[in-house]
Every structure is written in structure tokens, then in C-alpha cells.
Design a protein. Structure first.
Length: 60
């Protein structure tokens, strides 16, 4: 209803879940999302799990 469509609602729920997981793992949500979005285009698919909140370590 508030997202405009079912598809948009599912995307919003996925992003909100990722942000909340980052908080639960003790990360700053803004810093986490910024780092992940910067690294995502160059991250090999086989190592995508490293960007999940419970595995994530900030880039040096």
C-alpha cells in the first residue's frame, strides 16, 4: 500500500531487513550500506557472502 506496488514493497522489505541486520551486528547502517554499495560492482559472485552483515568487515 505505501510502497506503490507489491514488487516495490518486497524490495523495501529486503533493504530494511539488511539495515536492521547491520544494526543487530553492531554496524553503523549508513556506513555499512555505503561500503557495500561501493564494493558490490567489483565483488565476485563467489564472494558475495562477505558483504552480508554477519560477515562484513569495513574496507581498509
Amino acid at each position: 500500500m505505501f510502497a506503490g506496488s507489491l514488487r516495490a514493497g518486497k524490495r523495501a522489505a529486503a533493504i530494511m531487513s539488511l539495515i536492521h541486520s547491520a544494526r543487530l551486528n553492531g554496524h553503523d547502517p549508513y556506513g555499512y550500506m555505503k561500503d557495500v554499495l561501493e564494493r558490490l560492482p567489483l565483488q565476485p559472485f563467489s564472494r558475495i557472502g562477505e558483504l552480508l552483515p554477519h560477515n562484513w568487515k569495513p574496507a581498509q
